[in-house]
Ligand binder design. Structure first.
Ligand code: ZN
Length: 308
C-alpha cells in the first residue's frame, strides 16, 4: 500500500509537530508509535514574550497575540477545538476578544488553521493568508496537494480577505508584520517577522521576532517527483536560504517544540530579567539542523529512486 494511504490524522498530527526529517519513520511505524500529544490541547498560562507580543497558545500549538492600540493581530487559530482556549488566554491577559482585527496563520494545515473559521465568525477579524495556501484555506483543505483526499485532514473552510505575497506587510497601529514565504512544508508556508513595540516606561528595547512556519519534511512527502508539487525540494532550499538571512532576537515558531517553549517558559517565570526567548544562537542552530535533515532525506529519496 502506498505510504500516503496509510496516513491517519493522528500520524500526521505527530508528523507536523515532531516527526521531522530527522525522524523519518515509515508511516507504518509512525502509526504504531504516535499518539495525540496532550500538549496540543492543554493550555499554557498566557504570558508576554516581549513588548506587544504575547503567547496565547497551548503547551505545543503556538498562537501569538500582537496587541496594538488599534486592535489585535492573532497568529494561528490552531485546532477546531482551540478557539475557546485561545480566547480565554487573550482575556486572561486583559484584552478583549472582540478587538481582534486580523488573523494570520503559519500554514494551511489544520493544526494551525482549523480554528480560524470560528474565530473569524466570533470576532469579524480579517483573514490574511499567503497566496499559495489561500486555495487550501478556502476549500477547507480539499485542494491541499498532499492531504486533499484525506477527509480526516480537512478543516472548516474560511474566506480569505487578503491574499499575501512573499515579503508583503501586515500593519495595525504602530506594528508591522512581514510575511516571508518559506514554502516546502506547504506551498504557502509563512514565517512571520516583526519588531516588538517599545512599551512606554519600560527599558526593554524593540526586538526582532521570528515565528517560523515549518521547515519540516513530513514522513510521507515525496521530495523527488511529486506530480502535484514537483518544486517541493527547490522550495525547501529557498526556505532555508530565507531563514538563514533573517535577523533574529526572539526565536518562536508554529509549534512550541521548535523552540523549546516549555523549558523557556519555566526559565522566564524563574527569572523575568533574563528573557530565554532571546535566542539567536538557538534559532540558527535549529535552522542548520533542519536543513541538514532535509538534505539527508532528499539524498536518501534520490538514492532510493536511482535504485528503482
Ligand atoms: Zn504542518
Amino acid at each position: 500500500m502506498p505510504r500516503r494511504l496509510q496516513l491517519t490524522r493522528r500520524s500526521v498530527l505527530a508528523s507536523c509537530a515532531a516527526f521531522a526529517a530527522a525522524n523519518l519513520a515509515p508511516a507504518r511505524a509512525v502509526l504504531a508509535t504516535a499518539k495525540l500529544d496532550p500538549d496540543w490541547t492543554t493550555s499554557l498560562p498566557p504570558f508576554r514574550i516581549a513588548g506587544d507580543l504575547f503567547y496565547v497558545g497551548s503547551r505545543d500549538l503556538a498562537s501569538y497575540l500582537v496587541a496594538t492600540r488599534e486592535g489585535h493581530i492573532l497568529v494561528n487559530g490552531n485546532l477546531a477545538t482551540s478557539p475557546p482556549q485561545i480566547r480565554a488566554s487573550v482575556e486572561k491577559l486583559g484584552f478583549h476578544w472582540s478587538d481582534l482585527r486580523i488573523l494570520l496563520i503559519s500554514h494551511a494545515h489544520y493544526d494551525h488553521c482549523a480554528g480560524s473559521a470560528q474565530i473569524l465568525k466570533e470576532t469579524g477579524a480579517k483573514y490574511m493568508v499567503m497566496d499559495a495556501d489561500a486555495a487550501s484555506i478556502q476549500s477547507g483543505g480539499k485542494t491541499d496537494f498532499h492531504f486533499g483526499n484525506h477527509p480526516e485532514m480537512l478543516f472548516p473552510p474560511a474566506k480569505v480577505d487578503r491574499i499575501l505575497g512573499d515579503g508583503e506587510q501586515v500593519q495595525l497601529g504602530a506594528t508591522t508584520l512581514t510575511a516571508h514565504k518559506t514554502a516546502g512544508h506547504t506551498p504557502g508556508c509563512t514565517t512571520w517577522t516583526l519588531n516588538t513595540a517599545v512599551i512606554p516606561g519600560h527599558s526593554e528595547p524593540s526586538y526582532k521576532a521570528i515565528i517560523v512556519g515549518s521547515p519540516n519534511v513530513l514522513s510521507s512527502y515525496n521530495l523527488v517527483d511529486d506530480p502535484k508539487y514537483p518544486q517541493m525540494a527547490d522550495d525547501f532550499r529557498r526556505q532555508f536560504a530565507t531563514l538563514k538571512s533573517l535577523p533574529c532576537d526572539l526565536f518562536l515558531g508554529a509549534h512550541g517544540g521548535y523552540f523549546n517553549l516549555l523549558e523557556k517558559h519555566t526559565r522566564l517565570k524563574a527569572n523575568a530579567a533574563n528573557n530565554p526567548f532571546l535566542d539567536p544562537q538557538g534559532y540558527h542552530a535549529y535552522v542548520a539542523e533542519r536543513e541538514e535533515a532535509f538534505e539527508a532525506e532528499l539524498a536518501r529519496q534520490r538514492k532510493a529512486r536511482a535504485k528503482g
